[in-house]
Design a protein around this ligand. Structure first.
Ligand SMILES: Cc1cc2nc3c(=O)[nH]c(=O)nc-3n(C[C@H](O)[C@H](O)[C@H](O)COP(=O)(O)O)c2cc1C
Length: 326
């Protein structure tokens, strides 16, 4: 599929996740076949005032291209300036966050609060489209709450405002990340607009990716939580769609090797102190589902160095191997 003139390969892309989809994780998911990736959401105000933390969030490398930058805000003029700044990174598109449920974002009329004000969402989109020479995409939810499901109306407004593609997370703001995603609303958006629609929500494996495509007829799929500790979800889905066969999951040694490489990269980009602290949540995700995972929680909580991480990986491998022999 295409976003603007950019042709994307593969069948799924990494969805933006604040606090997770940093440069190290984006690079890793691209290596495993994510079609493109998106920065963590970044504040338009932060970008305009050259806030250091915001600028770091849009720092990207060649290894993670094509990458888009996601911005949030509630003011069309500010968002246009931020989009221009994002464009300077060489990103292939600017994405506008219209789904973040966090009070610190939504309480100011940004993120998911824009679902309550589709006209403003359209103005913001149009201001960004006019400000940059690259595609502008939008990421929406099904609505603000169950009484105001308006993804179809909103998507039409965004298309008219010049959006090049729309990602639809099939849940309302009130639903946060549960219950199961509403695929029907994604299908209805797809039927209502002529720009590409990217289906998002609850893709955790090859079968749920297929279900997303079949039930919604979406043009592409975005994966958030399904990629946590599981970056090979992209290569497995790509292979599944190409061959019709579900590939075997990676073995424990490969999983641990990928985890270590991921964390080493994370520490390189963020420094050992921050990197190893952030590594704790990733390590928990990498060993999720492994029998006896709970017994490693304490070890994960006290990780202080990449040597500790290597020891953890060895212990996990030993434990899984022993299980297999019993
Ligand atoms: C920890 C976390 C952080 C997120 N941060 C963002 C964000 O910065 N921007 C955004 O548009 N969506 C964000 N999301 C939403 C995801 O992109 C995605 O829409 C949602 O998780 C549903 O997809 P999934 O079921 O594949 O996880 C976040 C989700 C999680 C779990």
């Amino acid at each position: 599929m295409n976003i603007g003139n950019f042709e994307l390969n593969g069948y799924a892309a990494l969805a933006p996740m604040a606090g997770v989809t940093d440069r190290a994780f984006r690079e890793l998911c691209m290596e495993f076949g994510s079609a493109y990736c998106t920065s963590e959401m970044v504040s338009s105000k932060g970008l305009i005032v050259h806030d250091r933390k915001s600028e770091l969030l849009i720092n990207m490398s060649e290894k993670e291209r094509p990458c888009e930058v996601q911005i949030f805000g509630n003011d069309p003029a500010e968002m246009a300036l931020a989009a221009k700044k994002a464009e300077q990174t060489g990103c292939f598109a600017v994405d506008i966050n219209m789904g973040c449920p966090a009070p610190k974002v939504a309480a100011h009329g940004s993120g998911s609060a824009l679902m309550k004000n589709p006209e403003l969402a359209g103005e913001i989109t149009n201001a960004c489209v006019n400000a940059v020479g690259i595609p502008v995409t939008c990421k929406i939810r099904s609505g603000w709450d169950e009484d105001s499901i308006n993804a179809v109306e909103t998507a039409k407004i965004l298309e008219k405002a010049g959006a090049s593609a729309i990602t639809v997370h099939g849940r309302t703001r009130r639903q946060m990340y549960a219950p199961p995603v509403n695929l029907d609303i994604i299908r209805r958006v797809k039927e209502a607009v002529n720009i590409p629609v990217i289906g998002n929500g609850d893709i955790f494996d090859c079968r749920s990716a297929l279900e997303m495509y079949e039930k919604t007829k979406c043009d592409f799929a975005a994966i958030g939580r399904g990629a946590l500790g599981n970056p090979w979800i992209f290569s497995r889905i790509n292979s599944f769609f190409e061959t019709g066969e579900i590939p075997a999951p990676p073995g424990i040694e490969e999983r641990m090797t990928v985890m270590i490489n991921h964390i080493v990269q994370l520490c390189e980009y963020k420094g050992d102190y921050v990197g190893i602290r952030e590594a704790r949540k990733h390590a928990g995700w990498y060993i999720k589902g492994i029998r006896g995972a709970a017994s490693f929680r304490r070890e994960i909580g006290s990780l202080e160095s990449t040597d500790d991480l290597r020891r953890l990986a060895e212990n996990v491998i030993k434990s899984v191997m022993n299980e297999g022999e019993n």
